[in-house]
Ligand binder design. Structure first.
Ligand code: SF4
Length: 348
């Protein structure tokens, strides 16, 4: 095995040369040590208030453009009604991520969070990617500190990990030029962590990036986590191929995907959870990934607009019973968790 204390990209990229099962076994040792046979999931609801976007990321099939000519803006009543119905079905996390809608006022966001919190006190609001924070910063000339302070005051409990895409500047310029840059993505999460809050981190892979770029990305997350300890989970998001402008024809194999998840587990010993997000991997591969370092598959979601617009089979979410039976069938213990990874219920 290569020297894992040598944190150079050139050294660590050699992990990909190992046999899948050798890597999987190493990742699984770390996973078992931390989580044994538990696989976490939660009861959550994704809400994407609008797909009208001021940015033009080439990999995006969600925003309204010529391949997706169906712009929408949800009203506050529609958002509240979705929260209400999901709450009644047991969801306790509302995950709100929007396109960067230039029609919204600054207050629009915070009014929504405040209203949800005032009506559903035990709901956890996970909202505002660093890309959205940066968009508000650019559009309304507010500092990151001020925006994050307003998020805190209006009831946001944690931040999702979106907008990280791939940190390498050259690749980033090709796939999402204009959106938050790497330094600022990390800075925003760092400030949020310093305020005592948690967030997640993602990495979009399987498009034009190379293995080296993934390693570089993971190491930047590791570095910030060493300083702040504020990341709950790392989520390698598999690029979805349809309805976008990247025109990729060469997709990663199942082996490459599992190696990437295993390497994430191995290179992030300081980060407690690796999520195999079923909405991008598909439920079958997400379950297999639990043998290769992942310990979480996300949750019921209920309605998913972003990945499904690009071809993922996640539009209607998945029922709690289905998640439990899929996890059990694979020989793991399903554990219902809250948004902070407190264990709520075991399904032995
Ligand atoms: S990924 Fe987000 S910021 Fe980029 S175009 Fe799509 S909705 Fe807009």
């Amino acid at each position: 095995m290569i020297d894992l204390a040598n944190l150079s990209v050139t050294n660590l990229v050699k992990l990909y040369d190992y046999d899948l099962f050798e890597l999987g076994s190493l990742a699984d040792d770390i996973r078992q040590e931390l989580h044994n046979k538990k696989v976490y999931f939660n009861m959550n609801r994704h809400i994407n208030p609008s797909n009208i976007c001021a940015d033009i990321c080439k990999f995006c099939a969600f925003s309204a453009h010529r391949k997706n000519p169906n712009p929408y803006e949800m009203t506050k009543d529609e958002i509240l009604s979705d929260v209400h119905s999901s709450y009644n079905r047991g969801a306790r996390e509302i995950h709100i991520v929007s396109a960067h809608n230039p029609n919204y006022t600054y207050e629009w966001y915070f009014d929504i969070f405040k209203t949800i919190k005032s009506k559903f006190r035990d709901i956890h609001i996970k909202a505002m990617t660093a890309a959205e924070v940066d968009f508000l910063h650019r559009k309304f000339n507010k500092s990151y500190e001020e925006i994050l302070g307003d998020m805190k005051d209006s009831g946001v409990d944690s931040m999702p990990g979106g907008g990280a895409e791939i940190f390498n500047k050259e690749v980033r310029n090709k796939i999402c030029k204009g959106k938050v840059n790497t330094v600022n993505w990390l800075k925003i999460h760092s400030i949020w962590h310093s305020m005592g809050f948690k967030s997640n981190a993602t990495m979009l892979f399987g498009h034009i990036e190379k293995r080296e770029h993934r390693i570089e990305h993971i190491l930047l997350i590791r570095e910030l986590q060493d300083k702040s300890g504020g990341f709950n989970a790392f989520i390698p998001l598999l690029y979805q191929r349809h309805n976008n402008f990247l025109n990729i024809t060469d997709f990663p194999s199942g082996i490459e995907i599992l190696k990437t998840i295993a390497i994430s587990r191995i290179l992030l010993p300081n980060l407690p959870n690796i999520k195999a997000y079923w909405a991008t991997l598909g439920i079958n591969l997400a379950i297999v990934a639990q043998e290769f370092g992942a310990n979480d598959i996300d949750g019921t979601i209920e309605k998913e607009n972003i990945q499904s617009a690009a071809g993922a089979n996640s539009k209607k979410g998945m029922s709690k019973d289905d998640l439990i039976s899929q996890i059990k069938d694979a020989g793991f213990i399903p554990v219902l968790r809250d948004s902070m990874y407190n264990e709520l219920e075991f399904f032995n």
